[in-house]
Design a protein around this ligand. Structure first.
Ligand code: HGY
Ligand code: MN
Ligand code: MN
Ligand code: MN
Length: 351
């Protein structure tokens, strides 16, 4: 067991090595999330290695299990922070300055966790250690239900990103301030939520979500001085995703101007469409007797690493199709099918 410079946790079967086959996922969750998104991939990795050891299998390649840090970006706002740092997909100075809702910086939290904040960033040694990464994940959608299959393999990940829309107005009294004297940033913020849905509906396979709005100071009898609104926008390709954001930006700017407020927009994270290596995808599918390939609308550490090394994802059927909510679920039999599939893939890749 070792924790790398970016807070990712590695468990090696035997000596750490290079050209390893690595599996794993993440343990952090979204607020109010389900029990499977992330943990299913880690528990299945442990169970798959147990199954291989029980059959006296000895891998000829090093094999490791990894838990990536901050995959959801729920604390510091940037998803897949651990795999982005490891692969150099985020500037370490930018990462160090990220703050959580309590104002604690990532650098402070890293030091608190026993890491050296000065060393966070691209980890060539860790990257060189990995030949292939396979992530098992509960499906976040209904694909496998509709296909009637317990396990599938990932074909692609939607382009997606997060933008922070900051509306600045004038804090004032909820009762003493006449309507004509108000510069209330909550009004354009509210218009922006609707603009997100309108913009996404106008773009092919567009998806836009506002799940978080933070007024400052947030008093019931206080006209906010600023309101931050986070936009999560996704689509099948880069141009469509950015089209959604531009349409929202235009509508938000118009709403801000009508309320005499100032709008600032910051891109907090972005990842272009990921198409998984088709050769490995098909090899995995064949090893499993021809399981279906399907796209995902969710981002994953495997998507970040796909730019650097061969990666594949396995999905396990989720009967509710719901994720990022307590209703997220996977039947025990399907979880077992996922473990068996992962063990088969690991055996094939390391045997
Ligand atoms: O937000 C996502 O797409 C992923 O679940 N982190
Ligand atoms: Mn998630
Ligand atoms: Mn996940
Ligand atoms: Mn008073």
């Amino acid at each position: 067991m070792r924790t790398d410079r970016n807070g990712n946790i590695w468990a090696w079967w035997g000596e750490p090595g290079t050209d390893a086959v690595v599996t794993g996922s993440h343990l952090d969750s979204v607020p109010g999330g389900g029990a499977f998104d992330g943990p299913l991939g880690v528990v299945s990795a442990l169970a798959a290695v147990d199954a291989l050891r029980a059959q006296d299998f000895t891998p000829i390649r090093p094999l490791a299990i990894v838990v990536f840090a901050e995959e959801e970006g729920g604390r510091f706002g940037v998803p897949c922070l651990g795999s982005r740092l490891m692969s150099g997909a985020i500037d370490p100075d930018v990462a160090r300055r990220l703050t959580d809702p309590a104002g604690i910086t990532f650098a402070e939290a890293a030091a608190e966790a026993g890491l050296d904040p000065a060393r966070v960033g691209r980890d060539d040694e860790a990257l060189a250690a990995v030949h292939t990464f396979v992530e098992l994940h509960v499906e976040q959608g209904r694909g496998l239900i509709d296909l009637g299959a317990p396990v599938g393999v990932a074909s692609s990940i939607l382009a997606h990103g997060r933008w922070r829309f900051g509306f600045a107005g004038e804090g004032n009294h909820a009762g003493a301030t006449l309507l004509g004297d108000r510069r209330d940033p909550m009004v354009p913020a509210a218009e922006m939520v609707l603009a997100a849905r309108i913009a996404a509906s106008e773009v092919d396979d567009g998806r836009a979500t506002v799940g978080r709005i933070v007024p400052n100071p947030g008093g019931t009898n206080v006209i906010a001085s600023t309101v931050d609104v986070w936009l999560d926008a996704r689509a099948g390709d880069d141009a469509s995703t950015r089209e959604i954001v531009e349409r929202v930006r235009a509508m938000a700017a118009d709403a801000a101007e009508r309320e005499n407020c100032v709008l600032t927009v910051v891109e907090e994270s972005y990842g272009d469409t990921v198409v998984f290596d088709s050769e490995l995808r098909d090899q995995v599918s064949r090893a499993l007797g021809g399981v279906p390939a399907l796209p995902t609308g969710a981002g994953h550490d495997a998507g970040i690493l796909a730019a650097h090394l061969s990666t594949a994802m396995l999905f396990v059927r989720n009967p509710t199709g719901i994720s990022h909510a307590p209703e997220e679920f996977a039947e025990a039999d399907d979880c077992q099918a996922g473990v068996t599939a992962l063990a088969t893939v690991l055996e094939r890749l390391t045997g």
